[in-house]
Write a protein that binds this ligand. Structure first.
Ligand SMILES: Nc1ncnc2c1ncn2[C@@H]1O[C@H](COP(=O)(O)OP(=O)(O)OP(=O)(O)O)[C@@H](O)[C@H]1O
Length: 334
């Protein structure tokens, strides 16, 4: 499969000097064209920091301290997003990569009509586009996300939470980006509405061909809507595999723990075992594998040596990677 975004050895820290904490550590991850890549992990594992880091939307004191984010445009040569000038970066965001933030539905401007907010995005990126074309595009976008274009002149407070969220998704898609990052896009909505909106997004992805990085606490949604899933712990990717493989046969004890914290989607009921202990403190990260103090399977190398993310020695090893001493690897990823 063709890559659209390649994250290589990405490191992000909050703060400077002695006080700095490393929130994203040596992350290597590839998003392929047209796929939905789910990011899972407990609160504080670095999912949002990774998403904002790769679009350079980190707020201070967040700083990218190393790595590359190679973007493959539809036409032309790949380039490193981290090396873009401010002007090029403004063009890149929205047009190439768009983000739907946590709680996005509350970020619509309450004093402007939906139509104005949608057409403003078009105006900012293509000042030459006629008003007629802008309005037509905004109506089309609303229709695509399941809102009647009659609602173009509504103000945000006149729409339900689900509709506001659809408007935000429409806004993210209006410039036809190749990559859409969804950070907890539907968390504030009820379960039925969440599934409906995500289902529709997946349908749109099939029609429009964009790729998605999908972040949510809800593992059942991730398994249902992602093609592949990457699991983060203490700022690192500890496992990455096709969603069905993670669900059926996760290799990392942390992934297994996460999966046992939510009810089985199908088949016999499983005990909700969860994971004992709490996520690591970034300021005082354990040595070796950062999961070892909580790991039921920890053994001799774990407290002292960091396992590298690599292809496991298994029949499906080429399609997955794991960072765990139970599955030592000769082929590091990245
Ligand atoms: N502005 C900040 N200043 C200092 N540390 C921060 C800041 N923002 C995040 N962090 C730290 O970085 C780590 C990663 O946070 P991040 O929000 O990326 O995790 P997450 O996995 O997305 O969590 P959640 O699911 O709760 O959003 C956390 O330990 C957090 O405390």
């Amino acid at each position: 499969m063709e890559p659209v975004l390649e994250i290589r050895n990405l490191n992000v820290e909050y703060g400077l000097g002695d006080k700095a904490v490393r929130a994203v550590r040596d992350v290597n991850l590839t998003l392929h064209r047209g796929e939905v890549l789910g990011l899972a992990g407990e609160s504080g594992s670095g999912k949002s920091t990774l998403a904002y880091g790769l679009t350079r939307l980190l707020a201070p004191p967040g700083v990218i301290t190393g790595g590359e984010v190679v973007y493959h445009p539809e036409k032309g040569d790949p380039y490193d997003v981290l090396g873009l000038s401010d002007k090029a970066l403004r063009a890149f965001r929205w047009a190439e990569t768009a983000i739907v933030f946590q709680g996005a539905m509350n970020s619509l401007n309450p004093v402007h009509k939906i139509s104005t907010q949608l057409t403003d995005v078009l105006k900012a990126h293509d000042p030459k586009m006629s008003e007629h074309s802008r309005n037509a595009r905004a109506r089309e976008m609303l229709k695509l996300v399941g809102i009647s274009p009659d609602r173009m002149d509504a103000y945000p407070h006149q729409l339900s939470g689900g509709m506001r969220q659809r408007v935000m998704i429409g806004m993210a898609l209006i410039l036809q980006p190749q990559v859409v990052i969804m950070d907890e896009p539907t968390t504030a909505l009820d379960v039925v509405m969440q599934r409906q909106i995500l289902g529709q997004l997946i349908e749109l992805r099939e029609r429009l061909g964009f790729s998605v990085i999908f972040i949510t606490h809800d593992l059942s949604l991730l398994v249902e809507f992602s093609n592949r899933i990457a699991i983060m712990y203490g700022g690192r990717i500890v496992e990455e595999a096709p969603a069905a493989t993670i669900y059926r046969d996760a290799l990392h004890p942390y992934s297994r723990g996460l999966l046992s914290s939510f009810p089985a989607l199908r088949g016999p009921r499983r005990e909700l075992a969860g994971i004992p202990g709490s996520p690591p403190d970034l300021a005082g990260m354990p040595t070796g594998c950062s999961f070892h103090p909580r790991c039921p399977k920890a053994f001799e190398p774990c407290p002292t040596h960091i396992p590298v993310l690599g292809r496991p020695d298994s029949p499906d090893g080429a399609a997955r990677s794991v960072a765990c001493w139970l599955h030592p690897t000769e082929q590091p990823v990245g």
